[in-house]
Design a protein around this ligand. Structure first.
Ligand code: F7E
Length: 360
């Protein structure tokens, strides 16, 4: 007698922010695990084209907006059997949040509440798990290091105050309504897909332009800032694991190693065989090629934040213990992948010199 193998129904996931760095890696991980993936995309002239077709097989895009509860309700009610919602969408640039605190709070803080309210109105609380993208920016200045899930929050930017609302709203829906709702507290996570307004990709794209002879130097802000940098691909693996746990919870994902912006610059130039030496202090500090004596990096006040954490370093001990999660990328491997990818991008004309960088 022939045995008929019944095909199990695929898990269904919905990602807000699917077109960003994190959304794209998470989407790939879910597809590899056989999921049917749906994503929220904000309609705009630029994105019309991508809205008219899926990102890839197995992905359906829905036009909606974090500021529009009605659109979220319509989309969530149109998708059958959503098991997991990964809420990644938001205004993610900390510096920009000082210029746009209201829209940052509306999109990030109230946007999160809108997704959770849409779930509550549609009675998805029993069937659907929820992940909120939290951040190391929740921690304040002069915190004990490394930061853990027990370290108190003290947000120091409009971005971080909005993220604090997101974090506690997620906890509140868990406590008040019994949602399977979890927070990831992710330290900086980077990749070749990072936007060029973030410092790592700004550095690697500028180093690539210099390597290809298309630029002489570039400007940065606070070289002393120390961050715990990991690879977004590793962190999205952790995010997926968070929602596979029987119980909801809050987890730090971090590399446990920290480097200054100055050290990131040195590491990026080392990939192209250039040794950077520093001279001067404060706004007069410059990074010089030790062989040619050419100035490659300058400091400009306009890239400084109004207020910021000087040092962030996380402990992912809980994620290791409970999720079995550990990052695979080292700092050096991350920097190398980003620089080499940007050199390819410059050579193929995907990165141009003289791109305005005023937002960075
Ligand atoms: O800055 C310093 C800057 O903009 C890193 C987001 O994903 O990670 C990211 O936020 C550090 C800061 O990322 C420049 O002052 C110096 O200390 O790359 P960033 P971020 O602010 O840490 C957290 C975890 C998130 O949640 C956020 O969404 O680098 N820095 N010079 C500079 N930063 C920029 N952007 N540009 C500069 O020229």
């Amino acid at each position: 007698m022939a045995i008929v193998k019944l095909k199990s129904k695929p898990k269904v996931a919905f990602i807000t922010g699917i077109t960003g760095q994190d959304g794209s890696y998470l989407c790939e991980i879910l597809l590899e695990n056989g999921y049917e993936v749906h994503g929220l995309v904000r309609p705009s002239a630029q994105r019309q084209q991508s809205l008219s077709r899926p990102l890839r097989d197995g992905v359906t895009l829905h036009a909606g907006d974090m500021c529009d509860l009605g659109s979220l309700i319509q989309i969530l009610s149109s998708i059958q059997d959503i098991g997991e919602i990964y809420h990644l969408a938001g205004q993610s640039h900390v510096g920009l949040s000082f210029q746009m605190p209201l829209s940052t709070s509306d999109t990030n803080a109230l946007g999160t509440l809108r997704v959770l309210e849409a779930m509550r109105i549609l009675n998805l609380d029993k069937t659907t798990r929820f992940y909120n993208a939290g951040t190391s920016e929740l921690y304040g200045c002069d915190m004990p290091a490394p930061q853990t899930e027990e370290t108190p929050f003290y947000p120091v930017s409009p971005y971080a105050t909005a993220k604090q609302f997101q974090y506690w709203t997620t906890v509140n829906f868990r406590d008040a309504y019994g949602f399977h709702a979890s927070n990831g507290i992710l330290f900086n996570h980077e990749s070749p897909r990072r936007g060029t307004t973030f410092v790592t990709r700004k550095i690697t794209s500028q180093v690539a332009l210099i390597a290809c002879g298309l630029s002489e130097s570039f400007e940065l802000g606070n070289l002393n800032a120390v961050r715990d940098w990991g690879h977004a691909k590793d962190y999205m693996r952790g995010v997926h694991l968070i929602l596979q746990q029987p119980e909801p919870g809050d987890y730090i994902l971090a590399s446990g190693t920290a480097y200054s912006v100055r050290q990131f610059v040195e590491a990026a130039f080392q990939i192209i065989g250039v040794n950077i030496e520093w001279s001067g202090t404060g706004l007069d500090e410059v990074g010089i090629d030790s062989v040619t004596s050419k100035v490659r990096v300058r400091v400009n006040r306009k890239y400084y934040r109004t207020l910021e954490n000087e040092t962030l370093l996380g402990s992912a001990a809980k994620a290791k213990r409970v999720l079995g999660w550990q990052p695979k990328y080292t700092f050096r491997a991350l920097v190398e992948e980003m620089v080499l990818s940007d050199i390819r991008a410059v050579r193929s004309g995907r990165i141009f010199a003289h791109t305005p960088l005023d937002l960075d």
